[in-house]
Design a protein around this ligand. Structure first.
Ligand code: PEP
Ligand code: MN
Length: 339
């Protein structure tokens, strides 16, 4: 259940509501939602009598008897789409964004050229990992802090917004200094300690679905961000692990449609990590758009053949403008604005 408190409620009145909820056998949590106080609790079915009683309290604006595990993120609580701004660029609510850039930041020229090329294609948000979660410890782990400095340089010189991954709670302050949105990768989708730390950074968070996470687990992970004070959450479907290994992951377009139906959060698609090969990126991007996605995050590198990670799936940045113009008619047909 969620209880929206009136904006002018006094602290003692909020306490009184909290006590009533506790008295009903719940373990309530007091949260902030867009400068409003909301009291949330999970548990048993809320009886009609109890709902009426809570609604009659002077400081209560409304009671939402939601029984799902995700509540703040659900359309039962907020029917209209959330619009998340990344460096001022809107995603959701009819606004479509394509985030593009290399898998990893490798060198100054590489990230700079990536930014220039994708900006020429109309892209406003650059991706690139400074901290890379690699399957093997012998593989390139990213430039770390040096990578963040290179991102900061590009951002200052070109004015492009930045999305970059945070791997651990200890990295949150450093990443948040540069990033306009923090990326939580698939491997950390259910790292609840990291989710809580990232939520408190005061930046939007792009949450990838874990490769073994159900939609409910993914939305539950998003709820951790919302409960911990981050109202700007973007969901990202990037493919899940199935018996099929001809593609790197199986892009779950059903999950995109479902997440759009169940939550008010923007949902974007990462066709690059789903495909694992560059020739499939455009068709999977189309599938994501057609399923209702609010955006895409696509890997692109100025020289993919020498990329230090995910070389096979990165699009040459020089081809990016063509890719965007190929996708634009479908984005338009879905009634979304790519600005
Ligand atoms: C990435 O975006 O670079 C990445 C590591 O993706 P994922 O977490 O989806 O594997
Ligand atoms: Mn990658």
């Amino acid at each position: 259940m969620l209880i929206a408190i009136k904006p002018d409620a006094k602290p003692a009145e909020i306490e009184a509501v909290r006590d009533r909820v506790t008295g009903l056998g719940y373990d309530p949590r007091v949260m902030r939602w867009f400068r409003r106080t909301v009291i949330g609790a999970a548990g048993n079915h809320l009886s009609a009598d109890a709902t009426r009683m809570l609604r009659s309290m002077v400081s209560v604006e409304d009671v939402f008897p939601i029984e799902k595990r995700y509540q703040l993120g659900s359309r039962d609580f907020q029917p209209q789409d959330s619009v998340v701004r990344i460096g001022g660029h809107p995603v959701g609510g009819g606004h479509f964004q394509i985030i593009a850039g290399p898998c990893a930041i490798e060198e100054r020229w590489q990230i700079r050229r990536s930014a220039e090329d994708v900006m020429r294609a109309g892209i406003r948000i650059l991706r690139g990992g400074a901290f890379k979660p690699r399957t093997s410890p012998y593989d390139f782990q990213g430039l770390g802090e040096e990578g963040l400095d290179l991102l900061a340089e590009v951002k200052a010189e070109l004015g492009i917004a930045i999305v970059t991954e945070v791997l651990g709670a200890d990295q949150v302050p450093a990443v948040a200094r540069v990033a306009d949105a923090l990326q939580i990768g698939a491997r950390n989708c259910q790292n609840y300690h990291l989710l809580a730390a990232a939520a408190q950074a005061g930046r939007p968070v792009l949450l990838k679905r874990g490769m073994g996470a159900t939609v409910e687990e993914w939305l539950g992970a998003a709820e951790y961000l919302l409960v911990n004070g981050c109202t700007d959450v973007v969901l990202c479907e990037r493919g899940i692990r199935t018996f099929e290994n001809a593609t790197r992951s199986t892009l779950d377009v059903g999950a995109v449609a479902l997440a759009k139906a169940e939550t008010h959060l923007p949902v974007i698609v990462d066709p690059s990590h789903a495909a694992g090969r560059r020739d499939l990126v455009e068709p999977l991007a189309r599938a994501g758009i057609a399923a209702g996605a609010d955006g895409l995050i696509i890997e692109a590198h100025p020289m993919p053949q020498v990329a230090r990670c995910d070389a096979a799936q990165q699009i040459p940045t020089s081809d990016f403008a063509q890719l965007v113009s190929n996708l634009r008619p479908l984005i338009d047909a879905m009634g979304k604005r790519l600005v």
